[in-house]
Design a protein around this ligand. Structure first.
Ligand SMILES: [Zn+2]
Length: 671
């Protein structure tokens, strides 16, 4: 093998590896709205591949990710061919490259027009098309030539004008659809309450929302859009002509669009100063940025400069590196989320990072701390890369103070003192307190939800009001509310107070299955709750059940039994159940709806039967439409007394309940 061959073999292998990696990331990003790597890492891979292909042109290929702009249109939306392609820009990663771009283009940036610098919003690129001032279509960028028709969803964005003031005959504009940060945070807080997984970042959230098939879902995501370019324009009413990009942005703003903030600068040094300024103030925007765009301002110069098939020569996109800073862990605190998850956080010596002052960083979970052996007093590197909260990247081991000791994760809830335990097979450690104040909002909302106690009108907003006004401190308190107190709440008239109370009253008869689900017991979802209710028929019987009886149920493992019993034993759970009982909440379930000879009869088993276990006997009774109960009362129809029957037998005799032995029971089964 010659030296030349070995030289190509290595780049060929590297190019192949990069293509595979990039394609996987791109597929996930464009087709599943999920980022597997940070943009910075993705762009760096892309750039390395481009370098290899430039120095080894024989390795270039038409199906390389460098030749494909990205994102195939989804078949779920109809396709739109953009009248003017939505190009992408060449990325640069350092000020040197920005200065090189400025040096190459300075003659085109005639002193009077200069360069425009704009923040590059990290959202989803979309084109809007207007005819005679009316919005006729909105389409995603797609591969730049063909995108998806998302008009119905664009209509849900309040800042997008449906009709333009003093409009040109035809105009196509391009902008970025994004989810404002505060909306992202609100939606994620709500998802947490509802037990849904959080959205990863605002960009994925925006992309996912805009591609919803139901515009109502998209509307609830409260997207926004910022316009940064005129794609084409015809028939301007006052016949004006634009000389610069800045003038077009001002014009877009006059038409009623929400437009990108921009600065006009004269030369390379001024560009980098502006890039620094944008980087410093990025924390103040209501959108995330993934860079800043530098464009030649003069429109005539742009035509002269032209571009390649892929990108114009008159602009570059500068990518900010994820910023990392060294700081010190002053303390580690543990917060309890609305679902009871204990989340550790490092309080750090304040440092400036990506335009904001940072004084804490997430430590994710207990494993994250122990794997990295993060200790109070440690010098650490923190980083912010797209996420809202920075994270601890690594510990600087050689700077560890001698006094630092390994961190011990709390064993009790820092809010309510209940025992905490790890999710089965998971990383989360959770407080199991049924009345833990940290979890109250979520617990109340879950308790009232449709498939649980179905209390109409008791959603997040009302639950928040009740808690904030101190009217309730647990789900049990709902049943002790009255009109007078409810009326003191804002936006709560007599009528709405009465409606809410009626809904709460109605929920008392939801029955055991709904109640067991409503209580939010770990591992007890709807089907487990139904199974428990069907098997035990009363809360008393569920509480009295021993582990073996629980495990004997189909789909009921040891862990579920363990969580259920631990929950029932917790004093907070007992307090809650006590309140619900006192309120008269129905804690029974109807017997299985089997019609048979035992329909309407209740049996109590006492003592040991020789031919059947207690479960078998119960099943035989239930199969024939009967009920079984664990305690004797006047309502008991028949007591089946086996060997060594004790107090239940005496009670049955005292109450005059019919008593039979095993042989008589067998006869009843047969006949
Ligand atoms: Zn707690």
């Amino acid at each position: 093998m010659s030296a030349a061959d070995t030289n190509t073999a290595a780049p060929a292998a590297e190019a192949a590896r990069l293509r595979a990696e990039i394609s996987r990331y791109a597929d996930s990003y464009y087709n599943s709205d999920t980022s597997l790597v940070s943009d910075f890492e993705y762009d760096a891979l892309m750039r390395r591949l481009r370098e290899i292909e430039q120095t080894h042109p024989e390795l270039a290929s038409p199906d390389s990710p460098t030749a494909i702009v990205g994102g195939e249109a989804s078949p779920a939306f109809s396709q739109v061919v953009h009248p003017t392609p939505l190009q992408s820009l060449n990325d640069v990663f350092s000020f040197d490259e920005v200065l090189a771009f400025a040096a190459k283009t300075e003659e085109y940036a005639a002193p009077e027009s200069g360069y425009v610098v704009e923040p590059k919003i990290d959202g989803l690129s979309v084109a809007l098309y207007y005819e005679n001032g009316v919005l006729t279509r909105g389409a995603t960028r797609g591969d730049g030539v063909t995108g998806e028709d998302v008009t119905a969803n664009i209509f849900t964005i309040k800042s997008v004008p449906r009709r333009l003031n003093n409009a040109p005959e035809k105009i196509g504009v391009r902008g970025e659809v994004y989810m404002p940060r505060f909306v992202f945070e609100e939606i994620n807080a709500e998802r947490e309450i509802n037990g849904e997984p959080p959205m990863a970042n605002p960009r994925n959230a925006a992309a996912g929302s805009l591609r919803q098939l139901d515009p109502a879902v998209c509307a609830a995501r409260r997207l926004d859009m910022i316009i940064f370019n005129i794609q084409y324009i015809e028939g301007i009413p006052d016949g004006r002509v634009f000389a610069s990009h800045a003038q077009t942005l001002d014009y877009l703003s006059e038409l009623g669009f929400h437009t990108v903030p921009y600065g006009v600068v004269r030369d390379g040094d001024a560009i980098t100063a502006e890039l620094e300024r944008i980087g410093e103030s990025r924390g103040e925007f209501d959108f995330d940025i993934d860079g800043a765009v530098v464009k030649i301002n003069s429109l005539a110069a742009r035509v002269e400069l032209g571009g390649t098939a892929k990108a114009p020569r008159w602009a570059v996109a500068y990518k900010y590196p994820p910023e990392e800073k060294e700081t010190e862990v002053l303390d580690i605190i543990v917060q309890v989320g609305r679902t009871g998850v204990l989340t550790p956080k490092a309080l750090v010596r304040p440092v400036r990072l990506s335009g904001t002052t940072v004084s804490n960083a997430t430590l994710h979970n207990a494993d994250f701390i122990s794997e990295r052996d993060i200790r109070i007093g440690d010098a650490v590197i923190i980083r912010k890369a797209g996420e809202i909260i920075p994270e601890v990247v690594e510990v600087i081991a050689e700077k560890r103070p001698k006094s630092a000791v390994p961190y011990e994760f709390p064993r009790e809830c820092p809010v309510c003192g209940s025992e905490v335990s790890r999710d089965e097979g998971g990383v989360h450690i959770r407080c199991r307190g049924a009345e833990c104040p940290a979890q109250l909002l979520r617990n109340i909302v879950h308790f009232a939800s449709r498939r649980a106690m179905d209390i109409e009108g008791l959603g997040v907003a009302v639950a928040k009001q009740l808690l904030e006004a101190g009217l309730i401190a647990s789900a049990g308190d709902l049943y002790f509310l009255d009109t007078q107190r409810l009326e003191t709440l804002e936006r709560f008239g007599k009528k709405s107070a009465e409606n809410l109370l009626a809904a709460i009253e109605k929920s008392k008869s939801r029955g055991l299955a709904a109640l067991l689900y409503a209580l939010g017991i770990p591992q007890i979802g709807e089907s487990a709750a139904r199974a428990l209710a069907g098997r035990f028929l009363s809360m008393d019987a569920v509480e009295a059940a021993d582990a073996s009886e629980l495990i004997a149920m189909p789909d009921f493992g040891e862990t579920t039994a363990k969580y259920l019993q631990a929950w029932l034993k917790n004093p907070q759970s007992q307090h809650l159940l006590g309140r619900l009982r006192a309120a008269g909440v129905d804690m029974t379930a109807p017997a299985p709806q089997t019609e048979g000879k035992f329909t309407g009869m209740t049996f109590v088993l006492t003592g040991a039967l020789s031919g059947y276990t207690r479960d078998e006997a119960s099943r035989l009774i239930e199969e024939r439409g009967g009920k079984t109960s664990s305690s004797v009362s006047k309502k008991t129809g028949i007591v089946i007394a086996g060997e060594d029957a004790g107090s239940k037998l005496q009670k049955a005799e005292a109450l005059g309940v019919r008593i039979i032995n095993e042989t008589e029971f067998e006869d009843m089964l047969k006949n």
